[in-house]
Design a protein around this ligand. Structure first.
Ligand code: DGL
Length: 277
């Protein structure tokens, strides 16, 4: 079987914050990044829609030769990953793998809290799914977890408003609500891959002693560990240090935004997603 790049998928630009950490840790590998910008945000879409769109993206990445796909999106990980792993993948190709971002983040959180009270900021979909509560509950049953949905934060990033004064109102509002719900929280997971772009503002509004934890680094370390533990998959990943970018919306717009996020010139190509039967 021909080896291929590792696929990364997000509803839009957010997954680039994960890709950036993965590239730093694993510069020899090849990657294909796919952003479904034309249909972002996913955060307030139904389970059925998120599953349908995510499955299309996974099938598309498989058709580009990826054997391993990372859903670099919490909403897709929360709402679609389990069905894809348990129902779709055995039919599509049982040799390929799809991994998410929630489990690696939940594993690491224990190292960031002293009080044992953890907050999650995420999209409506991620928070309503209670995926973090379930994963953390299984791994670290002693921790108390509270979630807060921030429906405006992804649109602020997708529309390049994340560093503008208007963003402060929404950032302050949700941090305040989360800490009101549980004043003992001392570690907050940024449970959406878009949120690291808001990190400066988030830190400005956090009381001293409370840490905001982006997940990119943890996902990157977990991927490296996965490949170490699965040499049969590692041998199917090409190593040329090449990253290709695809978007379902206008490539010119993606190039501008992605170059800004990754601090390097990006040239994306257009992808059209449809079910590949
Ligand atoms: N980056 C996605 C996540 O991690 C954003 C979801 C959205 O499109 O609303 O949840």
């Amino acid at each position: 079987m021909k080896a291929g790049a590792i696929g990364l998928f997000d509803s839009g630009y957010g997954g680039l914050t994960v890709l950036s950490e993965i590239k730093t840790l694993m510069p020899r590998y090849d990657f294909i990044y796919l952003g479904d910008n034309a249909r972002a945000p996913y955060g307030n879409r139904s389970f059925e829609r998120v599953h349908e769109f995510t499955l299309q993206a996974v099938e598309w990445l498989f058709s580009k030769g990826c054997h391993l796909v990372i859903l670099a999106c919490n909403t897709a990980s929360a709402k679609a990953l389990r069905s894809i792993q348990q129902i779709d993948l055995p039919k599509l190709d049982p040799e390929r793998r799809v991994l998410g971002v929630i489990r690696p983040t939940a594993e690491q959180i224990i190292h960031h809290t002293r009080s044992g009270h953890v907050g999650i900021l995420g999209t409506e979909g991620t928070i309503q799914s209670r995926s973090y509560e379930m994963e953390i509950g299984k791994l670290h049953p002693g921790l108390t977890v509270s979630g807060e949905a921030c429906p405006m934060w992804v649109p602020l990033v997708e529309n390049r408003e994340f560093d503008k004064a208007g963003a402060d109102y929404f950032v302050e509002q949700h941090i305040h609500r989360l800490l009101e719900r549980d004043p003992q929280i001392d570690a907050i997971i940024l449970g959406c891959t878009h949120y690291p772009l808001l990190l400066d503002k988030i830190r400005q509004h956090l009381p001293q002693g409370i840490h905001a934890i982006p997940q990119g680094r943890q996902v990157a370390e977990s991927l490296l560990d996965y490949l170490y533990r699965h040499p049969e998959m590692e041998s199917k990943c090409t190593k040329g240090g090449i990253v290709r970018y695809f978007t379902t919306d206008a490539p010119e717009k993606f190039n501008q935004m992605a170059s800004l996020f990754l601090n390097e010139p990006i040239t994306a190509q257009k992808a059209t997603l449809e079910r590949i039967k």
